[in-house]
Design a protein around this ligand. Structure first.
Ligand code: HEC
Length: 205
């Protein structure tokens, strides 16, 4: 009986050492699985964020938000370091006043830093600020009204991802106020012909 006893003794002898090493391995595997299950949704969320921001960037460029909201644009040369940080030219709306396209970067004091993504989306598609002011029609919200909610939120996500730039635009100016910005205005041809310097160069900053 010694012969069959030996292998079983060997097996018994093996077991403790096998289970000693198997337990930590099992714990490691469990920890790795838990980490992976936590990391996976995070990686998915990060990829989704990246996709949303890329979509927003695309829409901001094809939607020409850059033209009206970047200083220097209407003078043919955008100011370096002030991408989407607010224009230097106001739009004159007869009877309403002059409106300069504001800073869209996430600066808290002068930009959209304190706006929620939903508030940014509402300004784009409904022309309404968080304080309830209706934006002048120089901001083409009426054209953006048919934008899907997810596209408007993608634009908001992209704007939030920009480096914040401190730049306060002047205005809005009432119809009787003298604007401190340049003004884009529609005039009849003969009035235009008599303007001494119809295309002034902006003061160098
Ligand atoms: C034709 C010029 C023009 C274009 C194009 C334009 N905007 Fe504007 N936008 C303005 C003007 C002007 C205002 C300010 C109106 C006012 O103060 O009543 C404004 C206001 C805003 C505001 C409110 C900001 C604030 O601080 O009150 C947001 C947000 C905004 N625009 C986002 C966008 C986005 C995003 C796009 C592109 C999808 C865009 N705009 C395209 C001219 C433009």
């Amino acid at each position: 009986m010694t012969a069959p006893a030996e292998p079983s003794a060997r097996r018994r002898g093996d077991e403790p050492s096998r289970s000693r090493s198997a337990l930590p391995r099992c714990r490691i595997a469990f920890a790795a699985l838990t980490a992976a299950s936590l990391a996976l949704p995070l990686a998915h969320a990060q990829a989704a964020d990246k996709q949303q921001i890329a979509r927003g960037k695309y829409l901001v460029n094809v939607g020409s938000c850059t033209d009206c909201h970047t200083p220097g644009h209407f003078f043919g040369k955008e100011e370096p370091g002030k991408f989407l940080a607010g224009s230097d030219v106001g739009f004159a709306i007869p009877g309403l006043g002059v409106f300069v396209a504001p800073n869209l970067t996430p600066d808290d004091a002068t930009g959209l830093g304190k706006w929620t993504p939903a508030q940014v989306a509402a300004a784009i598609t409904a022309g309404k600020t968080p304080e309830g002011r209706m934006l002048a029609p120089a901001m083409p919200s009426h054209n953006y009204a048919s934008m899907t909610k997810s596209d408007a939120l993608a634009i908001a996500a992209y704007l939030k991802s920009l480096p914040p730039v401190q730049h306060q635009v002047p205005g809005p100016f009432g119809p009787t106020q003298t604007p401190t910005s340049f003004v884009m205005v529609v005039v009849p041809g003969d009035v235009y012909a008599h303007i001494a310097n119809p295309s002034p160069t902006p003061p160098s900053k």
